[in-house]
Design a protein around this ligand. Structure first.
Ligand SMILES: Nc1ncnc2c1ncn2[C@@H]1O[C@H](COP(=O)(O)OP(=O)(O)OP(=O)(O)O)[C@@H](O)[C@H]1O
Ligand SMILES: [Mg+2]
Length: 492
């Protein structure tokens, strides 16, 4: 067995009486990829935030290279050689790559760092890891995958020996994931220890060396990757067996609800036409960046376009804003929870009430009992893990935030529901719950557009599938005829 680069011993942490971590011990082996998995709310991010100094633990000990360390804050974590790459990257988008790398470190060892030296050092790392961008590129112009690589440069330029990646692949294309994995392997070769959190089972077996499972704030176990299977992992994560079945219900499909014709936005999407019927689930497949989100945002009035028309139940409509779209009974669940989905500073109840005003108010006044009923129902229906409906959404785990975003829409009176990556960052059990919920919504006669980058999800849930590539619709396939291979061949 390789040496332990990190030992976290008996870590406990609670937030206002809620135990997020209970006596958790976690090891990471030097120069390896140490995977951390568990259901939404299991405590993975919290454990890593303790390590990176974002949270202080209530009790426990942390050893790095066998030495007890005192991690009080992000600075002391960095001094101990720990860097964490968050899902919401921590970069200044109007600055260059190299300025981001040296931000806040204009002085190193008491010496002023000069521009040229920054550029040279950044370039050296970019080259060594074959990342393919330039130190003087503006961060905002770089695709997300490169920005993430820049975070890695930042970490190793600070001599991080342990790099934590929290769900790094959730917004990457297949190629970008492969690229990231090559970089990870190279980091390992340079003795950097990686801690890797993900809900994507398949990739764990590709990249992982050791795997630790957490459940309900506790440690379940730790194994070398060779000793586990997907089924054994799922069973230890959720404590019950879950199969890859999609509870797609056969529901009667009615008449066309939404039709779009020749939607065009210069340089983004071109001549996009499709329709979706009542009770139907239209899957939108394609690689990340194919333009699916942009097309749907334009239907929803959140993005302007240069041409094309939208029809609702046969009538041409002019939707100018999301508020307009909502009035016309179109709902959109954004892939970016922070951007359009939910308000992190508000409670679960307020988030759900605000998008369901008609249901929870009477004569213009909010009725508390109705608000509570609606929210409690949603929490139960989606198994949202929270002490109460009065919890701030920002304090929920990532996957549970996603469930709240979905809950905001499901109780509304709507005709069209656009779901953009509804199960991103959601654990296996919750995924299945969300899938059956989507089926229930279709059963109510709502027309659903499902954008998903996961082929099994698209194949399992859709009645009809359109495949987009570089802003154009490349194919329309009936679900019975679609296969992973046929969809992939149109996506590239
Ligand atoms: N700042 C906070 N205040 C209150 N509760 C919190 C806070 N941060 C986390 N929690 C709670 O701690 C528990 C663990 O959350 P954590 O974010 O660590 O889960 P996770 O395993 O990362 O889940 P996911 O896969 O959904 O990201 C959850 O119940 C969460 O609601
Ligand atoms: Mg998390």
């Amino acid at each position: 067995m390789p040496e332990k680069a990190l030992e976290m011993k008996n870590i406990s942490k609670s937030f206002m009486g809620v135990h997020a971590l209970r006596d958790v011990s976690f090891n990471a082996y030097r120069g390896k990829v140490n995977v951390l998995i568990g259901e939404n709310g299991a405590g993975k991010s919290t454990l890593m935030k303790v390590l990176s100094g974002a949270h202080t633990m209530d009790s426990g000990e942390i050893y790095i290279d066998g030495k007890l360390v005192d991690i009080k804050d992000p600075t002391s974590a960095m001094e101990s050689g720990v860097a964490m790459i968050y899902q919401e990257l921590n970069l200044c988008s109007d600055m260059t790559a190299k300025d981001n790398v040296f931000l806040g470190r204009e002085k190193v060892n008491g010496l002023l760092v000069d521009e040229k030296e920054c550029e040279r050092k950044t370039l050296e790392l970019i080259k060594e890891y074959e990342m393919g961008f330039h130190p003087n590129d503006k961060v905002g112009d770089l695709p997300l995958a490169k920005q993430q690589m820049l975070e890695i440069v930042k970490a190793i330029s600070k001599d991080a020996k342990i790099v934590v990646m929290d769900e790094p692949t959730s917004s990457l294309t297949v190629d970008e994931v492969e690229h990231l994995f090559r970089i990870i392997k190279k980091l390992n070769a340079n003795d950097v220890t990686i801690i890797y959190i993900s809900h994507r089972m398949e990739e764990l077996f590709e990249i992982g060396d050791y795997i630790t499972v957490m459940r309900d704030g506790e440690l379940v176990g730790e194994w070398p990757i060779e000793e586990v299977t997907k089924d054994s992992l799922v069973a230890s994560m959720v404590g019950r067996e879950i199969k890859d079945i999609f509870p797609k219900q056969q529901v009667p499909i009615g008449s066309t609800v939404l039709e779009v014709k020749n939607l065009t936005k210069e340089g983004v999407f071109r001549d996009v036409s499709f329709s979706v019927k009542s009770g139907e689930i239209l899957g939108m497949s394609g690689l990340v960046g194919a333009g699916r989100t942009e097309v749907c945002m334009s239907i929803f009035g959140a993005l302007s376009r240069d041409g094309g028309d939208v029809y609702l139940k046969g009538e041409r409509v002019d939707i100018k804003s999301p508020a307009d779209a909502m009035k016309k009974k179109i709902a959109y669940l954004s892939e970016d929870r922070k951007l359009m989905g939910i308000s992190l500073m508000n409670t679960i109840r307020d988030n759900i009430s605000l998008s369901n005003m008609e249901q929870v108010s009477k004569n213009g006044f909010m009725v508390k009992a109705k608000e509570e009923e609606l929210s409690n129902n949603a929490v139960k229906m989606l198994s949202i893990k929270t002490p109460s409906i009065y919890q701030l959404v920002g304090n929920l785990s990532g996957g549970n935030q996603q469930k709240v975003a979905l809950a905001k829409w499901i109780e509304r009176d709507i005709d069209v529901l656009i779901l953009d990556e509804p199960t991103r960052g959601v654990d296996v059990g919750a995924k299945q719950e969300i899938h059956s919920l989507i089926g229930e919504i279709a059963k109510q006669g709502i027309a659903i557009i499902l954008i998903s980058s996961e082929l099994p999800e698209i194949l399992g849930m859709s009645d009809r599938i359109i495949v987009m590539h570089e802003g154009e619709v490349k194919a329309e396939i009936n679900a019975e005829e679609a296969t992973q291979e046929s969809i992939m061949s149109y996506s590239v």
